[in-house]
Design a protein around this ligand. Structure first.
Ligand code: FEO
Length: 397
């Protein structure tokens, strides 16, 4: 049976949830699953806003047919060409052969790249500001390049004041029967996944998200319908403010994130000593993670969240312990900036980790490195107690 939700009188959610996928994009663990949102607008004309992932094709197609209830599908609006949203374009064209596929020049190019055998009878090429009247409802297309791919556009529906926002304002997490932000405990249960989704998927593109937020500030929005996670109709400011903060790379909290690699527990022990010293010096907001144990996507979300970071790593093959190197490179790739960071290296005969960590951090924007790097020779020594105090003092200053 279909499983759909009414968004407004003429608009329906026809998406589906996926709790089988272990890793989103085959990279990011999603223990709470994910939703692939898609929406049907019923008016004089009918429109489908994006499709869904191939894994939920059967459920999605059934949902679309149920909402159309025998009507033809006039338009398929393709806002984003990542396959978690466009995998059913061919199936839609096959089932509704008279549908007009709506997209911009880059969208059409990508349809050809991904699905070379897919040929729509009708296409409508749109650009920034173009309008698509459906009857009482009318869509206006707004380009949002690199949020999260270059072809991305969002669509504003003027009758209901709805922003169909593509990947923007999305989050990991299956919907579990809910659809709207006022049907869930977002702060308590969803915020961590929203942060992890934003920082890992869109985090690199802060300036582009800022550009989209500026465009959105100029229009009246009552509801945001993203491609993942809940529809926003009650507390839009909550997420808009978070997006603003994240995309400006501004820490949400004054606190310390400690991330370490440790082969036999000696670097870990040093981090425990450092964390205890931080508490002694008055810091209450501390998170400690083993980079070999915790998936990097969680570390990235925490790195965006906190103002101060301490990274500790053994030297390995005269280089850097790989899980820590992955974390630092990922921070750099995602454009993380505006942090104070302390570094701790370990090396039993030729400590080199500090040099490699600094080489990465120094190429990042507005990262204040606490000097000097604390060097351990195999294990932290009682004689280093004063060095530990000083490092912590400097980091917390
Ligand atoms: Fe949910 Fe960029 O795709």
């Amino acid at each position: 049976m279909q499983c759909t939700r009414k968004v407004t009188d003429g608009i329906y959610w026809v998406g589906a949830n996926d709790r089988r996928l272990a890793k989103f994009e085959n990279m990011f663990p999603i223990p709470r699953g994910v939703s692939y949102n898609s929406y049907v607008i019923l008016d004089g004309k009918t429109a489908l806003m994006d499709t869904a992932d191939s894994s939920v094709a059967e459920r999605f197609m059934e949902n679309v047919a149920a909402v159309l209830d025998g009507r033809a599908l006039d338009y398929l609006v393709v806002q984003h060409m990542e396959p978690d949203h466009c995998a059913n374009i061919a199936a839609i064209i096959e089932k509704y052969p008279d549908v007009t596929v709506v997209g911009n020049a880059k969208t059409m190019q990508m349809i050809g790249q991904f699905y070379s055998g897919t040929k729509a009878k009708h296409t409508l090429l749109v650009k920034e500001g173009d309008k698509l009247p459906l009857g009482e409802h009318e869509l206006t297309f707004v380009t949002a390049p690199m949020v999260h791919w270059p072809e991305v556009m969002v669509s504003y529906e003027s009758k209901e004041k709805i922003l169909f926002s593509a990947d923007a304002f999305g989050t990991f997490g299956a919907l579990n029967g809910a659809l709207f932000d006022d049907e869930i405990f977002f702060d308590a249960i969803w915020m961590e996944d929203a942060r992890r989704y934003y920082t890992n998927i869109v985090g690199k593109y802060g300036p582009q998200v800022q550009a989209l937020l500026k465009k959105a500030a100029g229009i009246e929005i009552d509801m945001i319908c993203p491609l993942h996670g809940p529809v926003w109709r009650s507390d839009l400011d909550l997420l808009l403010e978070k997006y603003d903060q994240w995309s400006r790379y501004e820490a949400e909290e004054d606190g310390v994130l400690l991330v370490y690699g440790s082969m036999y527990g000696n670097t870990e022990n040093a981090v425990e000593v450092l964390a205890a010293e931080m508490v002694e010096q008055g810091m209450k907001n501390i998170k400690v993670y083993d980079a070999s144990v915790t998936d990097c996507s969680y570390l990235i979300a925490e790195a965006f969240r906190y103002s101060r970071i301490l990274v500790a790593a053994p030297t390995y093959n005269a280089g850097l312990f790989a899980p820590v190197e992955h974390f630092l490179n990922d921070m750099k790739a995602l454009n993380l900036q505006n942090k104070k960071i302390a570094l701790v290296e370990n090396g039993s005969w030729a400590p080199m980790a500090g040099k490699h960590m600094k080489a990465i951090v120094e190429t990042m924007k507005n990262m204040e490195i606490v000097e000097p790097v604390l060097t351990l020779k195999s294990a932290i020594q009682p004689a280093q107690t004063e060095d530990v105090k000083k490092l912590v003092e400097e980091l917390l200053k």
